[in-house]
Ligand binder design. Sequence first.
Ligand SMILES: *Cc1c(COP(=O)(O)O)cnc(C)c1O
Length: 435
Amino acid sequence: MTATQTGNEIHPVLKNRLDLQQSDPQVYAALLGEEQRQRDGIELIPSENYTFPEVLAVLGSVFTNKYSEGYPGRRYYGGQTYTDEIENLARDRAKAVFRCEHANVQPLSGSAMNQAVYLGLLEPGDTILAMDLSHGGHLTHGAPVSHMGKLFNFVRYITNPVDGSIDYDQIRADAKLHKPKLVLCGYTSYPRDIDYQAFKSIADEVGALTMTDASHFGGLVAGDAMENPFDHGFDIVTTTTHKSLRGPRGGMVLSRKKFAKKLDKSVFPGLQGGPHMNAIAGIAVTLGKAQTDEFKQYAEQVLKNSKTLAGALMDQGAELIAGGTDNHMMVIDTVKSFGLDGKVAEEVLDQVQITTNKQIIPDDPNPPLKPSGIRIGTPAATTRGMQEGDMQLLASWLVTCLKNPGDEAMLAEVAEQVQQFCQKFPVPGLEGENG
Ligand SMILES: *Cc1c(COP(=O)(O)O)cnc(C)c1O
């Protein structure tokens, strides 16, 4: 925390914490615990990150108090001078950063943003072509357990069994057979790049809309380290704001102008009531940061770190799904590599304060809570300042622990080393407090 004394008065941010400490010691203790956890461990969950300190400042601000149903200039409540300013800033910056004609920054989460697109542009029962969950797609891409999976007719494509990559011939055949209204690409656990041109031409052949769910790699597109689907004529791009983009929790729907009205109406009043203006202020801050050279360097470093980590893991005998990575993440087949299911692997690494998540792999013979792999990624570690050399070290810790899951003495030693190592990399937002 960056609390400072101003003259004789206590800075409001510090005062808020002191009030919390006194009035609710239970919640305060949990907050301190989580701060400690984030400081002392290495975060490798690819969907997580450390947001900017300035984002924490606006998230914990009085923007929380404001109701702002509607859109700037057309609200259903008074007192919108500053909320309008903030939302206009967020929208304009989103359009500049993602080179698109329209932006809606109100979705409360990634799930809501995708639902708003389906419900706003399609009719229930319409066909959507999207990636299967176990092959890398997200729950909101029509997984049978999701409400959207019941409401729309999702046809789910899978990856090529030989090299683990997206199989464009198969997708073209599926598109011709099922005549989707929407072709969706984007993923939550797929380590390769996307051929947007191929998706676009497939969609054009059957007259479908094109959508990318860039939730995982939105920050890498914003930082010009990965391709922008709008440069390939895509209609809609959605992205969460809290993953590689480093913003507050939330979602954005970006689109061509001709979909603007329908999409805005779909978000509000179709799906949501009042937007979270503190989060929208955080999105504005984040998109301001995304325009800096520093952010571009971060985005490039995420990819360099990912390549280095994947290479080092494979050198030490780890089997990666699809044989490597082109983006910020990789999936280790822990059963093949170490004879451990993903649940055990995740738990072993938790013991040394390296946080990962168990991950279902393509055609996984094991159940989702005991799947065959773990998923790891580099955005959070990169935000903390880790570089290629650190990735080498990280890879050897990962392999040592996963090869010797029962060696308590060794695990304790690695845990100690990890904690020491983490002290070199301050957590944004927690700098200056206890080191
Ligand atoms: C994370 C994610 C979402 C959903 O985001 P939430 O904010 O968790 O609802 C949607 N799509 C993809 C591809 C994601 O990775």
